[in-house]
Ligand binder design. Structure first.
Ligand code: TTP
Ligand code: MG
Ligand code: MG
Length: 449
């Protein structure tokens, strides 16, 4: 019973002394609960709000092109596929703000962009150059906090909680970051600041280009309320349409609905959107080591209906992936199979293990099981891939596993022959290079080589 648990906090001398001490101990116990709860709420109330930043570069690819070639500064610039005088296929990767004035934007067919502004400067992407600038920007951001989570080539979240002594109040910090990026790369960034990721990301987009928007702690809900629902992370076109068909247009419209209504409309996703709409988002900023996952995929030359071939490929992928994991000394708990069918329909199937793994057998077994269970209704496979996420340091994981074995008894701590075989293979690879895989060894045997 709860009361006993509470009474258990009373010094032993007060116990077993008739009715009075019992009542006394209950009173003190309940008092203790209140103090405990009060302590929590005081701590909750005075807990320093987080200071999360979302930094996103302005018209990233085209700004780099304009920076590198002053002759095209101030002109409409489009980076993407070759327009071939309006007959080109492919899409726009990026459009400068001057090009956007003509209604050109990312992902638009390049032929359409050409029609809108034939006089624009059309350039092919220079991916390496963009990646190099991106690396520099991430390094600059890393000078303000160790907690930087890059989320695409031109944007990152930063957790700058507690940096006031170093860099000043939020407005000053934001200005410093923008200035550092501009000073070192010549490019402008837009920055959003709030107590959480969702609101910070929305904020960074409100005054592009060269924006700095701060949402004060406690004002998250009212800050985003007037904005369209589509601004919320995860509110895709379908969801927005569904909600709009019921007369909800702004974030505020859905924030004021009862949670149960949102769940009724959108299932579990409803709760997620409802929390975001109410300005709540507890997701932490994860630095690179926490964010990382390992993945590999293979696209077949021609779509295949041959299940045995697909499984052989999964075997090979699992093998390479597990080698990489072991080389980096990490294990993953979540194994995801990715499968793309003819016609580009893509599916994923995930399983999270009770213990993290990095051995080929476990990875392959799970991936193949997912593949066998997946009903592709006779359609051919275009691509398969495996991803390992939810990573842990392999040493930590083994230590914990060892503890588990010890609890279970000595019988379970037998040497793992599967892992031993893989260690031998790893050593062979180190000697003979990456070409040695289990699959190639087996293939060699199959072929009678
Ligand atoms: P974004 O940050 O979405 O766009 P942007 O930086 O060009 O413009 P904004 O000022 O609105 O942030 O994307 C960053 C880069 O990623 C963009 O410059 C080019 C590339 N990209 C594509 O290649 N394809 C796309 O569909 C999008 C959206 C971006
Ligand atoms: Mg950008
Ligand atoms: Mg971006």
């Amino acid at each position: 019973m709860d009361r006993n648990a509470v009474a258990g906090t009373i010094p032993a001398s007060q116990k077993d002394e008739g009715i009075f001490p019992t009542v006394f101990s209950l009173t003190i116990g309940i008092g203790a609960i209140y103090m405990f709860r009060l302590g929590f709420s005081i701590r909750g109330a005075i807990r320093m709000p987080r200071l999360i930043l979302h930094v996103d570069m302005d018209a990233f690819y085209t700004s780099i092109e304009q920076h590198d070639n002053p002759a095209i500064r101030g002109r409409p610039v489009v980076v993407g596929a070759d327009p071939r005088g309006g007959l080109g296929r492919g899409v726009v990767s990026a459009a400068s703000y001057e090009a956007r004035a003509f209604g050109i934007h990312s992902a638009m067919p390049i032929s359409q962009a050409y029609r809108r502004c034939p006089g624009a400067v059309f350039l092919p992407p220079r991916s390496e150059r963009y990646a190099e600038v991106s690396d520099r920007i991430m390094r600059i951001l890393g000078g303000f906090t160790p907690l930087v989570e890059p989320i695409s080539i031109d944007e990152a979240y930063l957790d700058c909680t507690g940096t006031e002594n170093l860099f000043g109040k939020p407005a000053e910090l934001g200005a410093r970051i923008k200035e550092a990026v501009r000073g070192e790369t010549g490019l402008t960034a837009s920055v959003g600041m709030a107590t959480n990721k969702s609101v910070a990301k929305i904020a960074s987009d409100l005054q592009k280009p060269d924006g700095l928007v701060i949402c004060e702690p406690g004002r998250e809900r009212e800050f985003i309320a007037p904005l369209p629902i589509g601004r919320l992370w995860g509110a895709g076109k379908k969801t927005v349409k569904e909600l709009e068909s019921r007369g909800f247009r702004t974030i505020g419209d859905i924030a004021s609905l009862p949670l149960s209504r949102m769940e009724g409309l959108l299932g579990r996703w409803g709760e997620h959107l409802w929390l975001l709409a109410n300005g709540m988002d507890e997701r932490p900023v994860c630095d690179d080591s926490e964010r990382k996952s390992y993945s590999e995929e293979i696209t077949f030359d021609t779509d295949t209906g041959d299940a045995a071939l697909v499984e052989r490929v999964l075997f090979e992928i699992a093998d390479r992936l597990s080698y990489k994991l072991r080389s980096d000394g990490v294990k993953g708990r979540t194994i995801t199979l990715k499968i793309r069918l003819e016609g580009f329909e893509t599916h994923t199937r995930s399983a999270t293990m009770s213990e993290p793994v990095n051995d080929m057998a476990a990875i392959r077994k799970t991936a193949v099981r997912h593949f066998r269970e997946f009903d592709r209704a006779g359609r051919r496979v275009r691509l398969v891939g495996i991803r390992l996420s939810n990573l842990e340091d392999a040493a930590d994981a083994s230590e914990r596993q060892l503890g588990l074995f010890e609890e279970r008894g000595a019988d379970d701590s037998r040497p793992d022959s599967e892992s031993e075989a893989e260690r031998v293979l790893d050593r062979m690879r180190e000697r003979f290079g990456g070409k040695v895989t289990r699959a190639t060894l087996l293939k060699g045997l199959d072929d009678g080589e």
